[in-house]
Write a protein that binds this ligand. Structure first.
Ligand code: PLP
Length: 395
């Protein structure tokens, strides 16, 4: 149940819906992925970089004051915000960077919306000595000017895309076009458990360090597994990463939190692909997509730029259909409340994306006894969001 079949399907979701020119590059990637995964020296280099460069293992923190103020069960944070670059994305980009080196690719490309994946890829390029080019829509480049600056500082070339709505989907189209013309020399680094097979499996394998560590830390520190695991879902990588270790623990309830934006019942005002989407194909996979009746991808909105994506990784669509994971929505206002609540109660400023998960954890905690444990993926830190608000952006 917890891995793709040989054609890249999770139940009825996933697959490889791409133009003919991309089939061979994806097959080459798949073969290289399997060879790397079977090679101990690959994992030992990966583990060494996660330790010495990212700072892993990330801490497990029992949030006593937050738990008391929520008034019930014990909330425990998996601190991905402590990683170098401030979020979980670096776990994935370093893995893909090492795979690029192994495949003797001389160039890495990525697309980015919020800029976080662009920064993680640029960081990895600097670390491993691989030239990086990042596609970003002109509208996103304007909104995420700090991340554009960082990518350039890290030595990446930033390609600003002026076509279409000048956002993530246009940047993605340009990155696909680039890869179709350059796959012999170029590695395409995807930032979440989305896209054509084998990307959802590839990214999941690098994200699952979050859950593997957290499961062992819970057993060691609390002497037990958590009753609940909560994570926010944009494309779904931090969530799959933490869920993966608990899928077989039927007594542990899993919760994915989508961005309800200004409300689940206002079309184009949320990014809740699982709660409000329908089955479709986007970015090479069959999954749940926010789209209109004619299959046009809808506009989305969330205060958390990293959750503002009109689809979701295919494995989440499957985990929803099978009932193993329950998906809920948290809106902008609830996320902002959790953002300041965690800052005040624990001295931790979470990313607004992560604040969606914190908000749902507090809701769960309220109605439950102290001896129940709620593990939350704190996927990143909120300096980027605090800076936006300090500069006068309304919130
Ligand atoms: C990008 C991002 C997310 C959303 O991505 P997933 O693939 O859904 O994990 C969540 N939190 C933070 C801090 C991010 O930067």
């Amino acid at each position: 149940m917890s891995d793709a079949d040989e054609h890249g399907y999770f139940g009825q979701f996933g697959g490889r819906f791409v133009p003919e020119v991309l089939v061979q590059p994806l097959q080459e990637l798949e073969a290289a992925m399997h060879a790397a995964f079977a090679d101990e020296s690959f994992w030992s280099r990966y583990g060494q970089l996660l330790r010495d460069y990212v700072g892993r293992p990330s801490p497990l923190f029992v949030a006593d004051r937050l738990s008391s103020s929520a008034g019930g069960a014990t909330i425990v944070l998996k601190r991905e915000d402590c990683n170098h670059t401030g979020a979980h994305k670096i776990n994935n980009t370093i893995g893909q960077g090492l795979l690029a080196l192994r495949m003797r690719k001389t160039r890495m490309i990525a697309e980015t919306g919020a800029g976080q994946h662009g920064v993680a890829t640029a960081t990895t390029g600097a670390l491993l000595g691989i030239p990086v080019e990042v596609y970003i829509g002109a509208e996103d480049a304007r909104r995420q000017s700090l991340n554009v600056y960082l990518m350039k500082l890290l030595g990446a070339t930033v390609r600003v895309v002026e076509s279409g709505s000048r956002t993530l989907k246009d940047a993605t189209s340009e990155a696909f076009r680039d890869w179709a013309a350059s796959a012999g020399s170029t590695f395409y680094c995807i930032g979440s458990v989305v896209g054509a097979h084998p990307y959802p499996s590839l990214v999941k394998r690098f994200a699952r360090v979050i859950g593997d560590e957290a499961r062992a830390q819970c057993q060691e520190r609390l002497g037990r597994l958590p009753d609940h695991v909560v994570a926010c879902v944009g494309g779904g990588s931090n969530a799959i990463g933490i869920f993966a270790a608990f899928l077989g623990d039927s007594q542990t309830k899993l919760w994915g939190v989508e961005a309800a934006g200004r409300g689940l019942d206002s079309p184009a005002e949320n990014a809740a692909s699982l709660l409000r989407g329908t089955i479709g194909v986007l970015h090479g996979a069959r999954t749940m997509v926010l789209q209109d009746g004619g299959g046009q991808v809808s506009a989305t909105r969330s205060i958390a730029a990293g959750l503002d994506y009109p689809a979701v990784g295919p494995e989440h669509a499957h985990l929803q259909a099978s009932g193993r994971v329950t998906y809920v929505g948290v809106d902008d206002r609830q996320a902002l409340d959790a953002f300041s609540e965690l800052a005040r109660q624990e001295g931790i400023v979470p990313a607004l994306e992560s604040a969606h998960a914190i908000a749902h954890a507090c809701d769960l905690a309220r109605a439950r006894p102290r001896d129940e444990v709620i593990l939350v993926s704190c996927s990143g830190r909120g300096d980027k969001d605090a800076a936006r608000f300090a500069l006068g952006e309304p919130h």
